[in-house]
Write a protein that binds this ligand. Structure first.
Ligand SMILES: Nc1ncnc2c1ncn2[C@@H]1O[C@H](COP(=O)(O)OP(=O)(O)OP(=O)(O)O)[C@@H](O)[C@H]1O
Length: 373
């Protein structure tokens, strides 16, 4: 079942929580709505569900499978919900919680008891809680409760699954496990799913497509790979992944950040304009001795090897904090020391004119040599 919203706005008094949003989600897709707190993610999800009404605008519509459902009530839209705070019935067992939606159907639509039994058992297996059917919610961990909530939402065979920070209240390790579990579940079920999260790792790992929201608008919409490697706006560049940002200037097809010079053909004017120059942590090479090319000198503040990559935190001579990532082997080979002054050589950069979406993935050019991107 595809979902499409066209020109949707939503105001709360004078505040515009959603500002002319249009989005299509294909049938069977898992799409994450990602953005900072207050960016409008939940409001968009609630509009899709029919829990909010959009502002009056003749261009506005909400379509399920290309059929306008703007007038359809929540129940008619056949959506399954899971929220951050699991709303399981405390006095019912896990089994009864999952069976609930099937048992309260009108008699004419209700499955016979043995089929409900079989269906709930299948769902218990699917969410890996086969042994837990007779427990009460209070006897489960937070992660297990969220899996029950998901099974309960799936029991009534929703056309669309809407998940609002379903793992938000859980600790980091459990979240990580549930993320992978959700992805596997999605691959088995293929229910069109919209996942609201403010956790970029969660969005990039789980979703087929990520929609980045900011101030009630869509900043960028694309595959996790596209978003990470090809940010179209300053906001997305700064929001996704770690990045080192330097204030610089653009003029005549180049941008400069301190001693570094980057190609920036999108800006040809000979009038200098403020620009932001970005380097990802893995795009900076550390050398203990300068090799003659322009570089950024920086002092090592901290070296962290507790992970699959080595992370070196530094401060430039101008006091700008910088993060560099490299393999643990590279780090060992360099045998860097804290408080040591080193030289940073960017392999590639991304430039945006300050305050605008005019950006460019730039090669570094130096009078001495060009560094290929
Ligand atoms: N019923 C409401 N009445 C007034 N303002 C509201 C209402 N619902 C949401 N808002 C406002 O609309 C904005 C968007 O809210 P929304 O819940 O959609 O954001 P969000 O991106 O989901 O944020 P979070 O990650 O914090 O949940 C917020 O500034 C919020 O305060």
């Amino acid at each position: 079942m595809s979902i499409e919203v066209r020109h949707v706005s939503k105001s709360f008094s004078a505040f515009k929580a959603l500002d002319d949003v249009s989005l299509r989600i294909n049938g069977g897709e898992l799409v994450a709505l990602l953005g900072p707190s207050g960016s409008g993610k939940t409001t968009l999800l609630r509009l899709i569900a029919g829990l909010e009404t959009p502002d009056d605008d003749s261009r506005t519509s909400v379509l399920f499978h290309d059929r306008d459902v703007s007038e359809a009530k929540v129940a008619e839209r056949r959506v399954g919900f899971v929220f951050q705070h699991y709303a399981l019935f405390r006095h019912m067992t896990v089994f009864d919680n999952i069976a609930f939606g099937l048992r309260v159907k009108p008699r004419s639509e209700r499955l016979p008891a043995d089929r409900i039994q079989a269906k709930v058992e299948r769902l218990l297996e699917l969410v890996q809680l086969k042994q837990f059917g007779n427990r009460f919610p209070s006897q489960l961990s937070g992660g297990q409760r969220q899996r029950v909530a998901l099974a309960r939402a799936l029991a009534v065979e929703p056309k669309v699954l809407l998940l609002d920070e379903p793992f938000g209240a859980l600790d980091a390790k459990v979240r990580q496990d549930l993320r992978q579990w959700l992805r596997r579940l999605h691959e088995q079920m293929h229910v069109t799913t919209v996942l609201v999260t403010h956790d970029q790792e969660e969005a990039l790992e789980v979703a087929d497509r990520v929609v980045v929201m900011n101030h009630g608008r869509i900043e960028q919409d694309g595959s996790p790979d596209e978003l990470f490697h090809n940010a179209q706006t300053q906001f997305v560049m700064e929001f996704l992944g770690q990045v080192n940002m330097f204030h610089g200037r653009a003029v005549s097809g180049f941008a400069t950040a301190g001693p570094l010079r980057v190609e920036f053909p999108n800006y040809r004017s000979d009038e200098a304009a403020p620009a932001r120059v970005y380097f990802r942590p893995h795009d900076l090479e550390v050398r203990r001795r300068p090799n003659g090319d322009p570089s950024l000198a920086a002092t090592i503040r901290r070296i962290n090897t507790a992970g699959s990559l080595g992370r070196v935190s530094l401060t430039t001579l101008d006091g700008v904090p910088v993060l560099v990532e490299m393999t643990l082997d590279e780090l060992r080979e360099l045998s860097l020391q804290e408080d040591e002054l080193v030289h940073l050589y960017p392999k590639q950069a991304k430039v945006f004119l300050d305050g605008s979406a005019v950006g460019h993935e730039g090669k570094l050019t130096t009078p001495a040599r060009s560094v290929a991107s």
